[in-house]
Design a binder for this molecule. Structure first.
Ligand SMILES: Cc1cc2nc3c(=O)[nH]c(=O)nc-3n(C[C@H](O)[C@H](O)[C@H](O)COP(=O)(O)OP(=O)(O)OC[C@H]3O[C@@H](n4cnc5c(N)ncnc54)[C@H](O)[C@@H]3O)c2cc1C
Length: 400
């Protein structure tokens, strides 16, 4: 064997194959960052042949924004993309099985398959609930909404930030929207942010029933309990925004998950079952760390998942997750928003910006998330994030 042959053989043996499951905010960021090590081959598996800006899905439904971005725009050169869906991870064989019947063998997996709607067990919800939680659900909802007449009644169920964004966007499109808050609308913002959110929703004509709890859903009606009485609301489209849960892939693969199906990892994002499986984004529950399921959290998690894999390849110990929140920015139609600044632990700080300025900030945030991934594609390792999770001041009362 010549010296050249030996060198080539060493290079071949030394290459590492990382399969990234999911090309959302976390997965795309992770895949791009892995390119810091030129000896890593990366295969990205994603059901859609494009990147979906999930934070624009309410706009997709109201036809005010385009969530699709071509992979050639956000994924770096040299990444392999497989348009498919992972159906099982065989950790023992280090193999990912795909819906197409094929499989991929790996040295490491980054598990970044996001989340989807958490549907509460309300009679009729499974049959009639629509949602904007993921790409497939959003397409179904848009089809329904497109077929409605202007002024048709739409009920949004769930007063969290996603419910607020949906209610605002659909009201601005001309539907008669009722928001059944289920307790408190926008519970994660402070009192000022809460009042501003209600005011801006009302300006768009949204009928906010803040305490209304849905007890039943039918084809064209929603039954709610509000103020101690039962109310029947007409609804041509009933849109659930009742939180997120993770897909079943981890559980179906025999991996440890939390109560909402997220892959359970240690503080360095490594699966508690297998050091070759590293998680990121909505799909993971990190030991000792509470992170709101958000693209704000997903991008730093994606970068840190890549760093964890690169550390293991180099024979180093991956370091614990360290990231912090900055703000909660909720659009309310295209011309208003609530920008609630937060402490690092995501609790609301005093500063709140509302109206057009906040709407502009929200648009910049949306663009910024894609810009971050694009920049990481061009310059692997360039993405930086705010660190330090500690609470920096006394907590203000938070409406829950
Ligand atoms: C309407 C709406 C508005 C939102 N607004 C905001 C906001 O303003 N700010 C904010 O921070 N967050 C917001 N969020 C939440 C945010 O979108 C998510 O927290 C974020 O997308 C999580 O990123 P991720 O990469 O973990 O998952 P995702 O972005 O969901 O990406 C996961 C990817 O994995 C793919 N996938 C799924 N299953 C498989 C499989 N089996 N095999 C392979 N691939 C798979 C999916 O198709 C997807 O492409 C919003 C969500 C919605 C629905």
């Amino acid at each position: 064997m010549s010296t050249t042959d030996i060198t080539q053989e060493i290079q071949t043996v030394a290459r590492t194959h990382v399969v990234v499951l999911g090309a959302g905010y976390a997965g795309a960021m992770a895949a791009n960052r892995l390119r810091r090590n030129p000896a890593v081959d990366v295969t990205v598996v994603n059901p859609q042949p494009f990147f979906v800006q999930r934070i624009r899905l309410h706009q997709f439904i109201a036809r005010t924004g385009e969530p699709q971005v071509g992979f050639d725009d956000v994924l770096g050169d040299g990444l392999d993309v497989v348009v498919d869906t992972a159906t099982r991870i065989d950790a023992g064989a280090r193999r990912v099985h795909l819906a197409s019947g094929t499989h991929l063998d790996y040295d490491y997996v980054i598990y970044a398959i996001g989340s989807r709607l958490h549907l509460p067990p309300i009679p009729g919800a499974a049959e009639h609930a629509l949602s904007a939680s993921d790409w497939a659900a959003a397409q179904q909802l848009r089809e329904r909404v497109d077929a409605l007449d202007a002024g048709a009644p739409v009920v949004v169920v769930g007063g969290g930030l996603t419910g607020v964004e949906l209610a605002g966007e659909l009201a601005e499109r001309g539907f008669a929207v009722t928001l059944a808050g289920g307790g408190v609308v926008a519970p994660s913002v402070g009192e000022r942010g809460h009042r501003a959110t209600l005011r801006q929703l009302e300006r768009l004509g949204v009928d906010v029933l803040e305490d209304a709890r849905v007890t039943g859903v039918e084809a064209s009606r929603v039954i709610v309990e509000t103020g101690g009485r039962e109310l029947v609301l007409s609804s041509a489209a009933t849109v659930f925004a009742t939180g997120f849960q993770a897909p079943e892939l981890a559980a179906d693969s025999g991996l440890t998950t939390d109560g909402i199906g997220r892959l359970q990892t240690d503080e360095s994002l490594t699966s508690v079952d297998d050091a070759r499986i590293v998680g990121a984004g909505d799909a993971v529950a990190v030991e000792g760390v509470t992170l709101r399921m958000s693209c704000q959290a997903a991008q730093p998690l994606g970068a840190q998942a890549a760093e964890a894999v690169l550390a293991r390849i180099a024979g180093d110990r991956p370091i614990p997750v360290d990231q912090a929140f900055v703000a909660q920015c909720t659009s309310i139609g295209r011309h208003a928003a609530t920008l609630q600044f937060t402490r690092r632990d995501d609790s609301p700080a005093r500063a709140v910006v509302t109206g057009r300025l906040a709407a502009l900030a929200k648009e910049l945030v949306c663009r910024g998330t894609v810009w971050n991934i694009r920049r990481e594609a061009a310059h692997p390792g360039a993405f930086g994030w705010l660190r330090g999770r500690e609470v920096t001041a006394e907590r203000e009362p938070v409406l829950q």
